[in-house]
Design a protein around this ligand. Structure first.
Ligand code: ZN
Length: 764
């Protein structure tokens, strides 16, 4: 039955992007004020750069800049004090902490700032202007007055899940600094690994940094789970940490180390199980994504252990903040632990949630004693006890709103906009991601100050952060793919004033960055240069319409409908393409020189008598992921695929689906996709009975089939079932689909309700 290879879904509704022709100075993030002038400054012949102020750090910044110019553009600058400066850097005390002014005239460049950070950012802007010049040898004459909107502009690397070598961490820091990000949130510990040398507790890294296996595939792809059989290990010595801290500081980036507690602490507890609740006998690191039930037990010796660790952390990281996690802490161990229950009674706490808040309060006291402030994920306020901590709002914006209203400082990093471990392009073709979908445009459109806040409360929003979580990020190449170009959208949201933001101009300015990424050997996502292919029922035309879009400016889309490879001779897309039968659409983007920019995007559409029809279900369908179920999912012309659950919905066994075929129609057969996925408690459909009716009231049976399947081979798999019916006429088609009522022996959640997963229903 696998006649057609499977296709993907409408990922997100996108609008055709019109790029205004007058783009202005090409700088990311967009500065506060720009005045463009006539002429250019020639760097090749006017290459002496001098600082005449009183801050010795600025000379180091100039040295690094010269090195970068030579490496990126082969541009040789010099600091010859006996010669006249072409590029002059001067102190201007009245400017704000990160502000700068850049004035480019045909014969001179003058940069003013009050701090090394200001000079550093001015030179990042100069770098952007050189990048935008085709020959990388001149600057446009311009006046820029610039300062950031937010003081906290962050990105996260998750070393807990996968250790990234030192040189890779430096590369990421360098790239982030180029776009004026100034905080590196380093997630150093988790259930899957401990990556930071702590002298007093050597087993943390001896044992806690080594796991024997890593899970492969999505969380529900295999049952039993598959592992790669390879040991994964690695940690940063204290000398390496000091080196990285210096490296980041040279680029105006402060590191925020994260030491997770009380949950996400299995790596520490595997090395020192005495700090877990006492009934746990053996603890080992987690090999796959997930959260361990085993968490720190809030007893006095645990807090002594944490104090020792944080003391060393504070000695290594000079920044004012230590992040202590505080998220996703299962309470099951505490519920069963005598020590924990005794503490709840002694401290007169309401429940385990208040115990969690009590835990964080104790750690806040420790941090204060070390002269540090706390950052925690939004769960830290859940227990309702007062804290001074800065809150990172990740479960949407609600936690951040609540914190700001309580008077706590907030960093916005909602998983609806800032989770750069989610898919950014069609999951059918994209490298494996944790799930979800956040496009470049969605990131860019984020406004970090929620409307719910008053002006006074809004002052607590310190900034935003892009999180590149690491469950599926084992290498720097994958990190770069997830982070870029979306991290540049984060940078602009964090730096630029909202009135200066313009999505179309940003996307247009972004184009030059891909040449910068190529120079730096950065493995970015290339969706920018590919068409997006979407299909949907056009009710007005009464036909199935396919639209092709790209965000890349100044290009054409060329496509084929006959399965052949698109070439530079193929039809240029001018507007919706209407389909009347199953069709494979292939499309490419070509530039003004008629060069194809990326391999074709290929998408199959199923068009049949059910396509675009509405239907009713006797019971609710639910999502197998955190995508909402589309109301037209079963008749939208798009088939499901694996391992992502994007185009699937689960439904209870014994469902009745009534499809309104819109007019009297001859029916001769029905086909549908179903799936086995034990971790979702999803089993393929067992049987289907088809009924047809002219009026939607009186139905006559026209076909019935019972299905059989090959033995489960350990992996999520799709089957396509076909039921040949009597050839009859009618408008309303009722399908009664039955599945298993009990889960087979050995399934992971024996008490779960078995469900059927469905994608597209085809009617012939
Ligand atoms: Zn306990």
């Amino acid at each position: 039955m696998n006649l057609f290879r499977l296709c993907v879904a409408n990922l997100v509704a996108l609008f055709w992007v019109v790029i205004p022709t007058a783009m202005g100075a090409n700088i990311i993030p967009q500065p506060s004020y720009i005045q463009e002038k006539q002429g250019t400054f020639d760097l090749a012949h006017n290459n002496n750069i001098l600082y005449v102020g009183k801050q010795p750090e600025v000379n180091q910044i100039i040295d690094n800049f010269m090195e970068q110019m030579l490496g990126d553009y082969g541009l040789s600058l010099q600091t010859n004090k006996s010669k006249k400066a072409g590029i002059l850097l001067q102190d201007k005390k009245s400017l704000g902490e990160e502000a700068y002014e850049l004035s480019v005239a045909a014969n001179k460049v003058v940069i003013k700032a009050s701090t090394p950070a200001g000079f550093f950012y001015a030179l990042r802007t100069v770098n952007q202007l050189i990048l935008a010049d085709e020959n990388h040898t001149s600057l446009p004459c311009i006046l820029v007055k610039d300062a950031p909107r937010f003081s906290y502009r962050g990105f996260l690397i998750d070393a807990g899940r996968y250790y990234l070598p030192l040189k890779d961490v430096k590369k990421a820091i360098d790239l982030a600094a180029n776009y004026k990000l100034n905080r590196f949130h380093w997630h150093l510990t988790d259930d899957q690994g401990w990556r930071l040398e702590i002298k007093k507790y050597p087993r943390l890294t001896e044992k806690g940094s080594v796991r024997s296996n890593s899970a492969i595939g999505t969380w529900d792809q295999y049952y039993p789970r598959h592992y790669d059989g390879k040991e994964h290990s690695g940690y940063y010595t204290q000398d390496e940490i000091r080196d990285i801290v210096r490296y980041a500081a040279d680029r105006q980036i402060t590191i925020v180390p994260e030491i997770e507690m009380p949950g996400h602490a299995l790596a520490a507890l595997s090395a020192y199980p005495e700090y877990a609740c006492s009934f746990h006998s053996s603890l080992d690191l987690m090999a796959g994504a997930g959260i361990s039930d085993q968490v720190y037990c809030p007893k006095p010796q645990t807090f002594r252990f944490i104090k020792d660790i944080l003391t060393e952390v504070a000695s290594l990281f000079p920044g004012e903040y230590i992040h202590i996690g505080g998220d996703e802490c299962p309470k099951t161990s505490w519920e069963q632990c005598e020590d924990c229950q005794a503490l709840i009674r002694k401290e007169n706490l309401k429940d385990e949630f208040e115990l969690h808040a009590y835990f964080i309060q104790q750690v806040e006291k420790i941090a204060e004693g070390l002269g540090r402030k706390l950052i925690g994920w939004d769960e830290v306020l859940e227990g309702g006890l007062p804290l001074k901590a800065t809150v990172m709002s990740w479960r949407g914006e609600a936690g951040g709103i609540k914190a700001a209203q309580l008077g706590n400082n907030v960093i916005m990093t909602p998983n609806t906009y800032c989770y750069l471990d989610y898919y950014q392009e069609n999951p059918e073709f994209a490298p494996l991601a944790i799930g979800g979908f956040i496009s470049l445009e969605q990131v860019y459109d984020y406004e970090p100050i929620p409307e719910a806040l008053t002006a006074e409360e809004a002052k607590h929003i310190m900034g935003i952060q892009g999180n590149i979580w690491g469950e599926y990020v084992a290498t720097i190449e994958k990190f770069e793919y997830m982070a870029f170009p979306r991290l540049l959208a984060i940078a602009e949201v964090a730096w630029s004033q909202p009135e200066n933001k313009n999505r179309e101009l940003f996307i247009s300015r972004l184009k030059k960055e891909f040449s910068f990424f190529r120079k730096r050997n950065v493995n970015t996502c290339r969706e920018y240069f590919r068409p997006r292919i979407q299909g949907g029922w056009d009710g007005e035309k009464g036909m199935y319409a396919v639209t092709l879009e790209t965000i890349c400016p100044d290009v054409d889309i060329r496509y084929t409908l006959d399965g052949s490879e698109p070439t530079v001779e193929s039809d240029i897309y001018k507007g919706p393409v209407y389909l009347t039968e199953n069709t494979c659409v292939k499309a490419v983007v070509t530039d003004k020189d008629n060069q194809i920019l990326e391999a074709p995007t290929v998408k199959n559409f199923l068009v049949n008598k059910a396509t675009g029809c509405t239907y009713t279900l006797s019971t609710d369908a639910w999502s197998l992921d955190w995508y909402p179920v589309k109301p037209t999912l079963f008749t939208d012309g798009v088939q499901g695929f694996t391992p992502s659950n994007y185009e699937w919905a689960a439904i209870a066994s014994g469902v009745e689906i009534v499809i309104d075929l819109k007019k009297n129609t001859t029916v001769s057969g029905v086909r549908f996709g179903t799936m086995v996925a034990p971790i979702n408690s999803t089993l393929p459909a067992k049987s289907m009975i088809c009924y047809l009716s002219k009026d939607g009231k009186e139905f006559r049976q026209i076909g019935e089939s019972t299905f059989s399947y090959p033995v489960y081979k350990g992996e999520k798999e799709i089957y396509h079932n076909y039921v040949k019916t009597d050839k009859k006429d009618g408008r309303y088609l009722k399908l009664v689909i039955n599945g298993q009522t009990e889960l087979p022996e050995g399934y992971p959640y024996p008490n779960a309700l078995p469900s059927i997963a469905l994608d597209e229903i085809e009617v012939f």
